[in-house]
Design a binder for this molecule. Structure first.
Ligand SMILES: C[S@@+](CC[C@H](N)C(=O)[O-])C[C@H]1O[C@@H](n2cnc3c(N)ncnc32)[C@H](O)[C@@H]1O
Length: 349
């Protein structure tokens, strides 16, 4: 049985590295099937139990490059274009009831070209599952359909309690018209991913202070201002004028790597494009001095060893904070709105 993972196209190698690390942790043997720029990777496990252990034991919140995952037998062949539903319903009957059926797409042009087909087949399959009384709102697993091309699709299932709340790990966020840049969506998505909604009222509360390093033109600052926070925006570049008129932003034309805040703040956010090791050192200095309580920062990954670069940054921050005796929580995620980068969240206790 396979663990099928969706990711940003071009990051399949990073998903392979991640899967191999978890497989070693769980002592699961298997092999990887991956095609460059396909937007998905599959890990073939020796047994059904092993594949299910994978997606049940490793917390979804720990995954970095894997956007969504599910288990499935090998792809179902659909040679008859007039009847793709029968072979898929036979596959569906191998599993116990599901909460529902979700139609997924690889995040590539080829994947998107299969949207209409996938939607139509999943409608028929849902009717089949309803007729056969194989849908149960209290089930632990949700059925998954992923077309690879017109005559091949995975039919599998994912655990409902260990996946992203967004279908296929892709949030549907609208770019706000008044935000100065599209980068604004990265910070909004980061909050959705790293901060539980029921805690927004305290952790994203009006009146909190924030520092935004590499702030211009102000997409991330805009998000902080929307939450009625007060922001020190650090950048030699110009900030959006309308945003400055809010009266909640102080713009410092300074180097983010040497800027020292007058007082500690609740949020540090940093979107400076620099080497991950340099950004990690910057965050360590802020953390050791307890100049923030929570930080969200981007690590740009133009290099080849992208998974290793993230692991190195994690190890560096871990070493420094353990050494300083500061309890913390650190997570990384390649968000949907991230390109050649990952977003990190660091919370100090
Ligand atoms: C990706 S942009 C930030 C976009 C911003 N987050 C937004 O939402 O509009 C990176 C910014 O980092 C700034 N930058 C680069 N090196 C910097 C440094 N050493 N100190 C401060 N800002 C820096 C650049 O001027 C640029 O405006």
């Amino acid at each position: 049985m396979e663990v099928v993972c969706l990711c940003r196209a071009g990051f399949e190698k990073e998903v392979v590295a991640e899967l191999q690390e978890y497989a070693a942790q769980l002592q699961i043997t298997g092999y990887v099937k991956a095609k460059d720029k396909s937007g998905y990777v599959s890990y073939v496990c020796a047994s059904e139990d092993q594949a299910e252990k994978f997606v049940s034991t490793i917390p979804f919140t720990q995954l970095i490059f894997i956007r969504h995952w599910f288990v499935a037998h090998s792809p179902v062949m659909l040679p008859d274009v007039k009847d793709r539903v029968t072979p898929l319903s036979l596959e569906a009957e191998k599993f116990p009831p599901f909460t529902a059926l979700q139609s997924l797409l690889a995040d590539t042009n080829e994947g998107k070209s299969l949207a209409a087909l996938s939607k139509s087949i999943s409608r028929h399959l849902t009717q089949f599952l309803q007729r056969k009384k194989r849908l149960d709102a209290n089930a632990d697993w949700c059925a998954q359909l992923l077309f690879l091309d017109g005559d091949k699709a995975y039919f599998g299932r994912c655990r409902v309690d260990n996946i992203s709340p967004w279908l296929g790990g892709i949030p549907r966020l609208r770019a706000p018209k008044s935000a100065p840049s599209r980068a604004t969506l990265k910070l909004e998505e980061a909050w959705h991913h790293f901060v539980p909604k029921q805690e927004w009222s305290s952790r994203l509360a009006p009146g909190l202070r924030a520092v935004d390093l590499g702030a211009a033109p102000g997409g991330w600052t805009w998000q902080l201002v929307q939450k009625s926070m007060f922001v020190d925006a650090i950048d030699n570049g110009p900030m959006d004028e309308a945003l400055m008129e809010s009266g909640q932003v102080d713009h410092h034309r300074a180097d983010g790597f040497v800027f020292i805040p007058k007082k500690s703040v609740y949020w540090l956010v940093c979107d400076i494009a620099d080497k991950p090791a340099r950004v990690a050192s910057l965050v360590c200095r802020w953390a050791e001095n307890r100049w923030f309580e929570e930080a969200i920062f981007n690590l740009k990954l133009p290099m080849k060893q992208r998974h290793a670069a993230v692991m190195d940054a994690a190890a560096k921050i871990g070493d420094v904070l353990h050494g300083a005796g500061i309890p913390f929580e650190l997570r990384f995620k390649q968000l949907y709105h991230d390109r050649e980068e990952v977003t990190a969240h660091l919370r100090l206790y």
